[in-house]
Design a protein around this ligand. Structure first.
Ligand code: ZN
Length: 120
């Protein structure tokens, strides 16, 4: 299969070989040019800082508070107090971290939202 663009040296066809899980070797079919590249999924390339908030006016069970305290730098007491009339920031971090937090919160049926919009 021909890749676009072609070889930067001679313009001929390039071919790609997979070498290990994420490493690809791209090499020219006619000269000695080659390059090693890595594949990263969109979430790994996302450098956005995401903010995870608890939704306001939600009463959390002590189990839910414990779970939240484990994934958040906030303490159990802080989170307990967060059940008020305003959103409460429990976590900020990159997309991969936010995705893990999201899974845990969903499992525990804890109401939350992420800013900015989180697509993963
Ligand atoms: Zn070439």
């Amino acid at each position: 299969m021909k890749l676009e663009p072609g070889c930067p040296d001679c313009g001929n066809e390039l071919m790609t070989e997979i070498e290990g899980g994420r490493t690809f070797v791209v090499s020219c079919t006619s000269c000695s040019w080659s390059a090693v590249t890595s594949y990263f999924s969109p979430i790994e390339q996302d450098n956005t800082l995401y903010h995870v908030y608890l939704e306001k006016n939600r009463i959390l069970t002590s189990e839910q508070i414990r779970t939240t305290a484990k994934i958040s730098p906030k303490s159990y007491l802080d989170i307990g107090r967060a059940v008020t009339d305003k959103e409460f920031l429990i976590f900020e971090g990159n997309a991969i971290e936010a995705q893990q937090i999201k899974r845990i919160l969903e499992e525990q049926k804890i109401a939350f939202f992420i800013v900015p919009e989180f697509d993963y």
